[in-house]
Design a protein. Structure first.
Length: 239
């Protein structure tokens, strides 16, 4: 049976998260007078991302809630025992700078346009609906997606099969009728495959090294891949 819907990751897939993260953190730490504590924005981001991984794992395990993991990231980052209000305020100021740097990748809208007539579209993100729905609206593409599902509300995150099955159920499609596109080879592509979807790794950096995965290096390659063109790593049986 052919693919009837494409479900998308958001950050570093449709939305240029890495550049926004860098520009936003630089502006925020400069405004807070905290950049010197890290030396460079790259070191600051490395620490921020490390804390994000640690506290996201705690959230996935049910040890903390969405707001709690965010507050604990802030406390660890500034190395201070901030109360909830102070941690929320710090994060809120960071968001102002981060959101000012938001942009879609140049290939996002052209690809959505090319696929609009042939496929239904949804989003599955390891974030919160508040964050991603607002982001997609501000970036002007929310109306492209029938469904937007996020881990914070689902209570389960990629690569768990239940997360992928939830978005399939929302679209009322079987997993084999859905393709999932994301920038993480394991969390996104492999997780989707193990849940019965067609997983596609968006490898923008052309890292390669995962021959078992369907892979594209730009979204402009997706229409041909979904149509059955095997030049981009799809097996001959792909339909």
């Amino acid at each position: 049976m052919p693919i009837r819907a494409v479900v998308w990751d958001v950050d570093d897939t449709l939305f240029d998260y890495a550049n926004a993260d860098t520009a936003g953190m630089r502006a925020h730490l400069t405004a807070e007078g905290q950049l010197d504590a890290f030396g460079t924005v790259e070191r600051a981001l490395a620490r921020w991302r490390e804390l994000t991984r640690v506290h996201w794992a705690r959230f996935e395990a049910g040890v903390t809630d969405w707001e709690g993991q965010r507050r604990d990231r802030v406390r660890g980052f500034v190395d201070a025992a901030l109360d909830d209000a102070a941690a929320d305020a710090w994060f809120g100021r960071y968001l102002v700078h981060y959101e000012a740097a938001w942009s879609l990748f140049p290939d996002t809208v052209p690809t959505l346009d090319r696929l609009a007539a042939g496929y239904r579209h949804g989003v599955l993100s390891n974030s919160s609906l508040h964050n991603q729905d607002r982001k997609l609206r501000l970036l002007g593409v929310r109306d492209r997606f029938e469904a937007v599902l996020c881990a914070a509300e689902l209570g389960v995150a990629k690569p768990a099969a239940a997360a992928f099955h939830a978005v399939c159920a929302e679209l009322e499609l079987a997993p084999h009728e859905v393709a999932y596109v994301g920038d993480q080879p394991d969390t996104d592509a492999r997780g989707a495959v193990e849940a019965g979807l067609t997983g596609i790794w968006l490898d923008r950096a052309a890292q390669g090294g995962r021959p078992e995965l369907l892979r594209v290096t730009g979204l402009d390659q997706l229409p041909a891949l979904l149509a059955g063109d095997t030049r981009f790593g799809a097996p001959d049986t792909f339909r």
